[in-house]
Design a protein around this ligand. Sequence first.
Ligand code: GAL
Length: 667
Amino acid sequence: MNERMAAFRARLGGFAFGGDYNPEQWDRRVWDEDVALMRRAGVNLVTLGVFAWASLEPEPGRFTFEWLDEAMDLLHANGISVDLATPTAAPPVWLSHGHPEVLPVMADGETFGFGNRLHFDPVSPRYRHHAAQITGALAQRYSHHPALAMWHIGNEYGPTAYTPQSAVAFRDWLRRRYGDLSALNDAWYTRFWGQRYTAWEQIDPPAVPRTWSNPARRLDFKRFVSDALLECFVLERDIVRSYRDDIPVVTNFMRFYQHADYWKWARAEDAVALDIYPDPGDDDAHVAAALNFDLMRSLRGESWLLMEQAASAVSQWRVNNVKRPGRMRLGSYQAIAHGADSVLFFQWRASRGGHERFHSAMLPHSGTASRTWSEVEALGNELPLLGAAAGTSGTAHVALLFDWDAWWGLELTYGLPRNDFDYTRLATEHYRPLLQAQYAVDLVSFDSSLAAYTVVVVPNAYLVSDRCAEALARFVEDGGTLVCSYFSGVVDPANQVRQPAYPGAFRRLIGAYIDEYWPARGDETFELTFADGTVAASDWWQESIHPETATVLARYTGGFLAGRPAILDHRLGAGRVVYLGTRLEQTALRDTLLGAVRDAGVAPVVDGAPAHVEAVRRGEFLFLLNHSDSDAAEVRVPAGVDLLTGERVGGSAVLAPLAVRVIEEIR
Ligand code: GAL
């Protein structure tokens, strides 16, 4: 945690609790009720002004800060700190209409016009100019306001534009990456289909919404867009820092968000902050949520901020289910268990109109006479009991590779043996058994150090960098265990098949070569038998594997590849690689993965707990969460005190359905 965040934490003195506050939507007299109820609910931080550009600068250069002055003063007088947003995610109509070149053009050629939000081309000089102006004006006015605790830049950065100015910026980005055109032609393998470029000006964004374009060009465009958006963040960050340098600056990330490489973004911020809306209609949603939380913690290797969640239902899906009683509390503690130092919501008071008028809020339309309010108020008053756990983090001995380059390569560049890979689903499949067996897991990128880990899990890393391939080889040779699944190590960062194939980068690592990838036909399933006689099933994918130095852990017992290897075990140096050449059904994947983890000597956070119990450690604090709404669970725990009840525990603890226990260990 850097000094800015340490100061922020000291100021709040525990967990932050609150949410987006949009007083500009309400008459002034409502504000007094707002702050009175905020105090009642234990709110200590609100995010102000996220979409307020039109209310702050109704005409170019004319600022109307009076209402914001009053809101900041009122909040401060009530002991509530402010995470002040730059409103640049919602450019006002005078900018969109006066300068239509700020609007993004989508891949299909349609202009994304005014009337929504995020209607800006991130590389538009005009957009950036006006974004810088409102940011500077805000910073000048509020940098030293006593309520200011944090800067919130923009909101959920995301637009991609296929405009002429985007083409110019893309070419500049490519020039910086490749230096000269022949290097680009080589990297993009433009000798195929005669695509050789002879001048930079000939290169355009891959706008045509067809899948048959150059795969290296598509990949570079994704990288470029992530960088272009990051430039917008950095532009505003540097402006607010130029007025005052000791206030943390963040923006809000999204769950499994493909358009921004968050490993890179996290380094540009003072803390990672996440917006997450697990579907209350999906009983399994907490698994992917846990993975996202672990990713957020891993991005900077420290605690992070839960910037937005829903108090109950959202409004953007076809059917918006409510969070049943106890679910909002459980989900909030789940985020905390995985390292969040805040529980913040979108939003404080439900909007009467606009697209999100049915989105839940801390204070719903029915006011305090509502279940949601009661649960929010109870949580806000309970959180201070855990204050000592804020800022702490745990240690994991298992790491799971999650990298945006690997993601983009697998899903967005097409022309693969099958083109329906779902990277986040595959990562979640590999993560689930670890979560449900109560193992602590960190996420790692191509550039992460692996020194702290005993086991590394690599789900479907079709594209890997040389650095990553070398780091994994060293990790195994030095005694680590690697579990790697099919179609990994195949191409280099330019999306070219590594020679000799396959799996080029990992051939030595897995101790085998593959001469053909065999996607399944339709619903085809495959039977396989492990060396110990266990029979299992797989589907979706097979490979024609030829072991070189590996031994065979399981073979197909039917179909065209009958008798051929499906799963390999390879001893390399002092370590081991388990290679899964097919998509194992859940139980077999669980047993294989957990078997490798156990063999490597890694212990779970608690022993023998059922799969619906999540156990996560933050320093001395053990979080136990029961995700079942029908089954209680008994869990073996160390001697300690349950911070939520004050009760002394030891030996075993009972968790009622949906219960949370936070045990401070006594050593
Ligand atoms: C977030 C966004 C909020 C609100 C919320 C609804 O993505 O930042 O402004 O729209 O979703 O769930």
